[in-house]
Write a protein that binds this ligand. Structure first.
Ligand SMILES: Nc1ncnc2c1ncn2[C@@H]1O[C@H](COP(=O)(O)OP(=O)(O)O)[C@@H](O)[C@H]1O
Ligand SMILES: [Mg+2]
Length: 526
């Protein structure tokens, strides 16, 4: 076998790594000029390319010409459709599996995770914020029911929190009063919900009981908006519930019962905020947060094509995430799949955090506060109110985060809570789509998962990206993106030749017992 490779896209680290291993590039016009193609994630292809100018271009051209008719044995491209896997010979290696959309699109992840119970005894509600496709009628209805129920639980929380906060209570005495009837409704809805969960084992076809009529719901949601949304925001205009003190004890008791069956109660908050995402986009494009039902439905109804194609998802917004110095962040975590049958997963020991430029607040739903994508935040000036401990380039490595946790006496939880939770979420997401994947050998794929952490440090999976950005946008990504690419080559090339080869920071976390159905022939990469 001749060591000939081909690269498409901005991957100087891969190119250098292959050359160092004695591989020769078969250069296409595109790879020579590094024509920046659209990255499927937030990478803007060019910055990574900048450091890849070759002094010895002429010499490389010459060598490349010598291998121009040779078979390429290693393809690395930034687009899945750049290579048709069916046209490859079995020994040719490529960095994309066919059909990964089953978990690398928001719609795919949302739909497939619901099947987790067929594969493992785990509940997706414990690591994936509940999510609905608004284009599918039944899911839209399920979302509306969830929205209404969340308004009820939010109201109970509001009553309990308000009682704790005596100062706010005094300030609000003069507000208009709405009837305590809404408290009865909220408690009744929660009670019915608990009963429906208790009965689910016995009668799986049981539908969510209609506790209130459509008109009663409309009235309830209006009152909820008046009491919670308008009162909590610093703007005036909210209302009080008559005799609300009277309900505190039952609210507390009901919340306690709900907490036992609703793993997301803690991250829900009291504002009933949801995040609406166009299903197949990336880099924060088209994403909006909203808290009013009519607004959410209107937003989506305004684009009929997306509706018919089922491309919108609405997901519960994590209102109470872990903050660092009062600032929201999310976490980019890489993993590598080197086989789908048996499913073989490598988890990267390093990751990085992306901060928002603005201090966290629910007084605004602006993307500058709520979307941590670097492609959004890098264009914004960090707020003067933001804590000075957050760097101007809005990024931290996992090591910096661990130091922060350590300053809070929580360092051990990185290894006991955060990392195991992320590994589990990744494995579960892959399990639910394994049967949809073409399990070609000599194929691997590097993915980038986005996570957020709850205040208890439990990770919540937000999405999984194929072709995660390798742009050197900050010193942190320059270092870590280089490392993850070098280590990928260690796993997919060095370890093929020598099972004991160093795999850098990649750790094998899952190797399934082989499934019995036949798969395409060839060699396994891991
Ligand atoms: N359910 C959620 N709760 C809170 N924040 C979220 C949620 N979903 C997404 N976000 C924020 O929005 C950002 C973009 O969302 P994501 O699903 O990753 O889409 P994109 O493909 O555009 O990056 C995330 O990185 C995170 O900061
Ligand atoms: Mg993302």
């Amino acid at each position: 076998m001749h060591k000939v490779f081909s690269i498409q896209g901005p991957y100087p680290v891969i190119r250098a790594g292959l050359r160092a291993r004695g591989w020769i590039e078969q250069r296409t016009q595109r790879s020579k000029h590094h024509a920046p193609r659209r990255h499927s994630d937030e990478g803007r292809a060019t910055s990574n390319d900048a450091g890849d100018s070759d002094d010895n271009d002429g010499e490389l051209d010459e060598i490349s010409r010598l291998v121009r008719n040779e078979m390429v044995y290693f393809y690395w491209t930034n687009r899945r459709d750049a290579i048709n896997n069916n046209s490859l010979q079995k020994e040719q290696i490529t960095n994309h599996f066919a059909k990964a959309g089953s978990f690398t699109t928001k719609v795919g992840l949302c739909v497939n995770l619901r099947n987790l119970h067929w594969f493992d005894s785990a509940d997706p509600d414990t690591f994936f914020p509940r999510c609905y496709r608004l284009g599918a009628q039944d899911e839209k209805q399920a979302f509306i029911e969830d929205y209404r129920r969340t308004a009820c639980t939010s109201l109970l929380k509001y009553i309990v929190e308000r009682e704790r906060d005596q100062r706010k209570r005094r300030k609000r005495r003069s507000r208009p009063v709405v009837l305590s009837k809404m408290m009865d409704s909220a408690l009744k809805v929660c009670q019915k919900y608990l009963e429906s969960i208790e009965h689910r084992d016995i009668d799986t076809s049981l539908e969510t009981p209609q506790t209130l009529t459509k008109e009663e719901w409309a009235e309830f949601i209006d009152s909820y908006n008046l009491v919670v949304h308008l009162c909590v925001s610093s703007l005036s205009g909210g209302a009080e519930i008559e005799n609300s003190d009277h309900f505190v004890t039952c609210c507390k008791a009901m919340l306690q019962r709900l907490a036992e069956v609703s793993p997301q109660l803690d991250i829900d908050g009291i504002h009933n905020i949801w995040i609406i995402k166009p299903g197949a986009m990336s880099r924060g494009r088209g994403i909006k947060c909203a808290k009013r039902l009519d607004q959410i439905l209107r937003l989506v109804d305004s684009d009929p094509t997306l509706i018919t194609e089922s491309k919108w998802v609405v997901q519960k917004y994590l209102e109470c995430p872990l903050l660092v110095h009062g600032t929201k962040f999310d976490l980019r975590q890489w993993f590598l799949v080197t086989d789908w049958n048996p499913l073989t997963v490598w988890f990267y020991k390093k990751c990085y955090l992306r901060f928002s430029t603005q201090p966290y607040s629910l007084d605004t739903l602006d993307s500058s506060v709520h979307l941590c994508n670097n492609s959004i935040q890098r264009h914004l000036r960090p707020s003067k109110q933001r804590h000075r401990g957050i760097p101007a380039d809005n990024m931290w490595s996992d090591d910096q985060f661990k130091s922060f946790l350590s300053s809070q006496g929580r360092e051990a939880q990185w290894h006991t809570v955060v990392v195991p939770g992320m590994k589990k979420a990744v494995i579960h997401a892959l399990q639910t789509t394994q049967d949809l994947m073409e399990s070609r050998k000599n194929t691997f794929e590097l993915y980038g998962a986005d996570f957020m952490l709850g205040r208890n440090l439990l990770p919540w999976l937000i999405e999984i990206n194929a072709s995660p950005t390798m742009a050197h946008s900050t010193p942190v990504t320059a270092r870590l993106c280089t490392a993850v690419q070098e280590d990928t080559l260690r796993v997919v090339l060095d370890r093929r030749a020598d099972r004991t080869a160093n795999t850098g920071d990649f750790q094998l976390i899952y190797r399934q017992v082989r499934k019995s159905f036949p798969s395409s022939s060839g060699y396994s990469i891991h």
